[in-house]
Design a protein around this ligand. Structure first.
Ligand SMILES: [Zn+2]
Length: 423
């Protein structure tokens, strides 16, 4: 029998409302109330926060097909180094994760190479083309936890309605990357003063808001949940707030870069500031943070999107969208939301990164309750550190946060009772 005692830490478990200094016990990979075993491994957590293992339901691990950017092995190592014990991979791989065979391949690969729990989502439509539904039921049997066409957005509202009906039937959450193609066109940055000054094609807020509105109407019609991914516009927060007040099953997530950076960052034409949806304005940041503070936004995620240097080192118009996220995610959220803006306190931040995504995914994680698998993250909210992208676990280097200093980070990551990463 293997017994671990995490001693004298501040145990914060938002699922149960627990917040106290104490000892957390792990026996044979699961949380227990206490153990009488004589053979105990003790981890001193004095001065640290003992959190349920962090969960990120939006990552791109690039396998199969683009393992020069990231693999399930390297991506899960980055997750562990960021304090994450469970992640959900997006289906825009090559081949696309739109069939049970690709899902099984990913799950087998994860079982052999992943350091943390790697779950996968399946595509809504075949080839992410937005036309014909993927085999949602058989992908569910193969183990998907959600459906999404992330990277793409289903434009046809009738296809989306049928997808939502299938998702409800198979008890799967539906995630959506909200982008109206007719409005966004070839836009690459927020449409506003800076896109005009820099002479770059604009990606206006309304390109996101139109699809958020569509999703609200469909969620209401089908009485089934839709989760809006990586919200960037303050207007989207207002739409979701109003819909939730009516009881509509709509939710949204916010990513670190959208509350840490603005469109002005692109003035140096550095492609590490090019994301989809794009960085917006201070006003949007204020409204996103307000949505996080008042409970409109339930979930935080990274949209971890590795790209090779040679792909990013081209003209801005041709560079791919997206940045690394997992290793800086907790630090940025803690820094912006808790330390600087004081919008929320640490237990609420932990809730947004643990039990809330676990509930949406319907998995038995995100809590320190007795009996659940012992996924635990030790956090040091006071640790000051500087991010060095050259030391990342990922083979990619596309982060705009290289050299940035933060306060707060994970110092130890435990999955199923075993330490998988330690600072
Ligand atoms: Zn996306």
């Amino acid at each position: 029998m293997s017994v671990v005692k995490i001693a004298n830490g501040r145990i914060v478990d938002p699922a149960s409302g627990r917040d106290e200094i104490g000892d957390l016990w792990i026996e044979d990979g699961a949380i227990v109330a206490m153990s009488k075993s004589a053979d105990v491994e003790t981890i001193d957590a004095t001065g640290l926060v003992v959190s349920p293992g962090l969960i990120d339901l939006h990552v791109h691990f690039r396998e199969p097909g683009q393992s020069h950017k990231e693999t399930i092995g390297t991506g899960s190592a980055a997750a562990a180094a960021g304090g994450f014990t469970t992640v959900v991979c997006m289906p825009n791989t090559n081949p696309v994760a739109d069939s049970p065979s690709v899902i099984s391949w990913i799950n087998e690969r994860a079982a052999r190479t992943a350091k943390v729990n790697v779950l996968c989502s399946g595509a809504i439509t075949k080839g992410l083309k937005g036309e014909e539904l993927a085999p949602i039921g058989s992908m569910k049997n193969a183990g998907i936890v959600a459906i999404t066409d992330d990277g793409h957005c289903v434009q046809n509202n009738e296809v989306m309605r049928r997808a939502l009906e299938y998702a409800r039937m198979f008890d799967l959450p539906l995630f959506d990357h909200c982008q109206d193609y007719s409005v966004v066109g070839d836009g690459i940055m927020h449409e506003g003063e800076w896109s005009v000054r820099l002479g770059l094609p604009g990606w206006p807020r309304i390109g996101e808001e139109l699809i958020v509105m569509r999703n609200i109407l469909l969620a209401e019609l089908c009485d089934a949940p839709i989760h809006c991914q990586h919200l960037s516009s303050g207007g989207s927060v207002r739409l979701i707030r109003e819909a939730k007040a009516r009881g509509v099953k709509i939710s949204g997530e916010v990513c670190p870069h959208h509350i840490a950076l603005t469109d002005e960052s692109l003035k140096g034409y550095d492609s590490n500031f090019k994301m989809n949806p794009p960085l917006r304005t201070e006003k949007d940041i204020d409204l996103l943070v307000e949505g996080i503070a008042d409970g409109t936004i339930d979930i935080l995620a990274s949209d971890h999107a590795p790209h090779a240097a040679y792909e990013k080192e081209v003209e801005l118009d041709h560079a791919p969208f997206g940045i690394l996220g997992l290793e800086t995610e907790f630090a940025i959220f803690h820094d912006v939301l808790v330390s600087r803006r004081k919008a929320i306190e640490l237990p609420r931040l932990i809730e947004l990164l643990t039990i809330n995504p676990a509930k949406l995914l319907r998995i038995d994680r995100g809590t320190l309750s007795v009996g659940v698998p012992a996924d635990v993250t030790l956090l040091d909210p006071n640790l000051e550190w500087t991010y060095d992208v050259e030391k990342t676990c990922s083979p990619s280097r596309n982060s705009p946060f290289h050299g940035a200093t933060f306060r707060g980070r994970a110092v130890r990551t435990i999955v199923g009772g075993k330490t998988v990463w330690e600072l």
